[in-house]
Design a protein around this ligand. Structure first.
Ligand SMILES: NC(=O)c1ccc[n+]([C@@H]2O[C@H](COP(=O)([O-])OP(=O)(O)OC[C@H]3O[C@@H](n4cnc5c(N)ncnc54)[C@H](OP(=O)(O)O)[C@@H]3O)[C@@H](O)[C@H]2O)c1
Length: 334
């Protein structure tokens, strides 16, 4: 089978299509013929050895797939050849076939495309965990979303609206602001591009505060980090929850006096570890996501698809801050 492989640490241009032996389903496993693999920010980091997981090389990036069950291993009763499925993979998704634990698969609902299916679990799974378990977001509360037109950002807007929050979306361009409004944001802020000096940082805090109203935000969803984090924290409300989701703009340092002044919480979010530690709670979240999807409250937004050979270009576009919603690699037509 063909695979898009990382053979040495480096950028997306170092990835090459190569041939690997077809996987065989071990007991408890299912082999899936991959149709689509969506790109997530960890793909940018993992090929450069900058992510918390470091798979042995050669490996294929790609952490989220949709496809068709090709064969099942001994003891697998819940899946049969031909079933349409989706799964998160950690890495290894940019391949024609992948062996996965049967328990890690979810059925792709009828009428949904492989591209949409490959764009659900990671972004919305992270975000529903962040908003409910870590952020305790409640109806009528306010939320600021940074990087709001990215993968997890759009998911935060949609889920925030589905849970009855008032959502302010902050992004770096007018085009991204439009995408955020299309996803349901109540208000948008277009911020400048970091780095910021002290005055620019203060001005950004004022921009966040002005959009948030007198009380400040109940929840801040931050998948961006860097110079954006401190100005955002300055706009939080009394007993607010600041959700630490990711750092494409760099790992920030925060003055802890800000947390005392607002009696607020800074909450780490690590969805993969949560899902491994509490699979039942994660499954309940995913079941809820499927219901919200069916009811039209959430809708994975695939804005661009790439041929398998061009998978590196999709990762490069995300690394260059160019992705809106989800970028999806078509591994095989289906
Ligand atoms: N904690 C978890 O469990 C978990 C799970 C999934 C993902 N994540 C993390 O969440 C973050 C976002 O992931 P994603 O897949 O949604 O990525 P994405 O679609 O690329 O979104 C990231 C956003 O960050 C903003 N950004 C600011 N500075 C940037 C820079 N220098 N380079 C690139 N983007 C920059 C961009 O929005 P603007 O241009 O509008 O600023 C971009 O839309 C990543 O750090 C990822 O690792 C964490």
């Amino acid at each position: 089978m063909r695979a898009l492989l990382s053979k040495a640490p480096g950028g997306p241009e170092t990835l090459t299509i190569d041939t690997l032996p077809d996987p065989v389903a071990a007991p408890g496993q299912v082999v899936v013929a991959v149709k689509a693999c969506s790109i997530n920010y960890p793909d940018v980091l993992i090929i450069e050895d900058k992510y918390q997981l470091k798979p042995p090389r050669p490996f294929a990036p790609g952490s989220e797939i949709a496809g068709v069950v090709e064969s099942v291993g001994a003891g697998v009763t819940e899946w049969t050849a031909g079933d349409r499925v989706i799964a998160t993979t950690g890495s290894g998704g940019l391949v024609e076939k992948i062996a996965l634990p049967a328990t890690s698969l979810f059925a792709l609902p009828d009428g949904r495309s492989f591209a949409e299916g490959a764009s659900l679990l990671l972004t919305y799974g992270t975000t529903i965990h962040a908003l409910l378990d870590r952020g305790h977001l409640a109806e009528g509360q306010s939320m600021l979303v940074l990087g709001a037109a990215g993968g997890v950002g759009l998911a935060a807007i949609e889920l925030g609206k589905a849970f009855g929050a008032w959502v302010v979306a902050a992004v770096s361009s007018d085009e991204k602001a439009q995408a955020a409004r299309d996803a349901g944001a109540d208000e948008t802020i277009v911020y400048a591009r970091a780095p910021f000096d002290k005055d620019q940082s203060k001005a950004l805090a004022e921009q966040f505060k002005a959009a948030g109203g007198m009380g400040g935000y109940d929840v801040i969803y931050d998948p961006v980090g860097g110079d954006y984090a401190e100005p955002a924290l300055r706009s939080i409300g009394w007993e607010g929850r600041y959700l630490v989701v990711g750092f494409p703009a760099g790992i920030p340092k925060l003055p802890l006096n800000l947390t005392l002044l607002k009696s607020c919480d800074v909450c780490g979010v690590f969805w993969g570890a949560f899902a491994a530690r509490d699979p039942q709670a994660n499954r309940a979240h995913i079941d809820r996501l499927f219901r919200l999807w069916k009811d039209g409250k959430i809708m994975p937004r695939v804005t661009e698809t790439f041929a398998f050979e061009d998978g590196g270009k999709a990762i490069a576009k995300m690394a260059a801050r160019g992705a809106i919603g989800k970028l999806v690699v078509t591994v095989a037509e289906g």
